[in-house]
Design a protein around this ligand. Sequence first.
Ligand SMILES: Cc1ncc(C[n+]2csc(CCOP(=O)(O)OP(=O)(O)O)c2C)c(N)n1
Length: 623
Amino acid sequence: MQRYPLLDTIDTPSDLRKVPLEQLPALCDELRTCLLETVAQTGGHLASGLGVVELTVAIHYVFDTPNDSLVWDVGHQAYPHKMLTERRARMASMKKRHGLSGFPKRDESRYDDFGVGHSSTSISAALGMAIADQLNRRENAHIAVIGDGAMTAGMAFEALHHAASLSANILVILNDNDMSISPNVGGLSSYLSKILISDLYQDVRSRGKKVLQHLPPFDGLAKFAEDRVKEFAGFSNLFEDFGFDYSGPEDGHDVLALVETLQTLQKHQGPKLLHIKTVKGKGYAKAEAAPVDYHGVSTFNIEQGLVNGKAGAPTFTQVFSQWLCETAQRDKKLIGITPAMREGSGLVAFSEQFPERYFDVAIAEQHAVTLAAGMACKGSKPVVAIYSTFLQRAYDQLIHDVALQNLDVLFAVDRAGIVGEDGATHAGSFDLAYTRLIPNLVVMTPSDEAQMIQLLNTGYAHQGPALVRYPKGQGELGYIPTGNTHTVTIGKGHIVQTGKKLAILVFGTLLSRLKPIAADYQATLVDMRFVKPLDIDLIKQLSTNHDSFLIIEEGCLLGGIGEQVQQIIHQQAKHIHIHCLGISDEFTPHGKREEILAHYGLDSSSLRKTVDQLVTANNKPQS
Ligand SMILES: Cc1ncc(C[n+]2csc(CCOP(=O)(O)OP(=O)(O)O)c2C)c(N)n1
């Protein structure tokens, strides 16, 4: 028996449009089952995709994609979209090296109108497309699908604000499931809940609809009448007040109703917002019950659901988590801040133990950083836990609000360096380069768990801005040292082993891979620890008794630390061969972290080869 009789007839949205309307609910069931079975085998984002099955089908059914433009916000919910747009056969390669990306990507498919991964860009991008098409007299539709989590970001509001003043043809679909990765927080979230539960509003809507049915089919008059009905009932809606033509809230799992609504909206020009209510994880009871756990998953058995794996070595995130709780216990001034990444950044325990000092500010990286600056002005000790890639969003706030005023804020920067499966949008390739040029900021790269705690202590004790960056995954020690309150001298590297001829300078956790190699080749091995201030004295000293340097940083080479070391050596007028290893001048491909390390020559066997070549070159008699 064919498992997916309807889905099997669909390779492109044109095929989908041939399916009789009444069969769409059955098609949605097949798509949902297929999505669940696929992600159970590949891992990846699950709960968000399950929640937008009906919406995805309805959009591609009604609109003329890819001629009409469709922009998914964040893009973690776009797996069903990929399955309906020529990629179902390749879903098993999801997030694998050379396989499908976990996010929409322009060069992957003509149906991916905009590359995403970071949130809250969809309205701006769709609006840009709408304006360009309007100027070029093209009449297609432009749709942005944005979650209530992504809607919390300033950027989404900037775009709403701009769109409202234009006549550009844009439809924003607000997918409201009450969840970000964790439960959504803040004023917008409560506002949306109020719209949903407002009996008065629902009443006005249904009565308004009845009135409108009896009016002549003239858009302007119908809108005028609807506005008056709402006004009469005293209901004001934020999006309407902004100037959007608002419809909803609508059941986002009723595919037939969605099709009807989208067909109506398709006929209206100008900025429109459709508010739909969905359930994150819809159709898979375990995900509906625990959407946070099923937001992103590794492979699992559908019957069993996720099982707690064997407690393995702690991740650097867990080391940070423990450090934060221990330090908060000792110091009441500590405040923990996350921009919507409670789980990923390791703040769950802190949020439970110190709720009054825990702030999830929603997806608002810029606000998170300036909020911390304000707290520091009043003598609090804010710790901003943030992913390397998302700190990019708050670069000006880091420079202008924190560093320029030399404020006492500690940044715990997770997912620094090579991240792996999520690819270029989530790679922490740039933070070393973009932070090391900021005056006042102390930038640290721990090599293992114990040192990470010491550097966090050091940054926390330092009266000024400091940043500790650490990668995804586990460390060399395999345990979390407790009760370590030691600090280290700022700006001092640590010589792990003294050798001859070749000096290997390592910034970060790749140090553990270099230890056996340096020992075998009798090379000097240095754990640099500080990117800023850089241990220039140590570099100068090593340049007096070594012929070559190998510099290893898990970050982009352009603008990286290697460049500064070369400059120092150049100023010394020394003839030292300097070899830099790091991320070359490209956006990092996706794949397992180990595969990507190998791609850049940073895996153990490539590192050994490089050291071997450098040592062999050193030993060659000079001609
Ligand atoms: C700038 C930025 N910050 C944080 C994230 C991490 N992130 C990915 S999805 C997500 C939650 C999005 O919630 P919502 O838009 O409501 O979608 P849902 O998962 O609920 O469907 C977050 C915080 C991100 N992708 N981009």
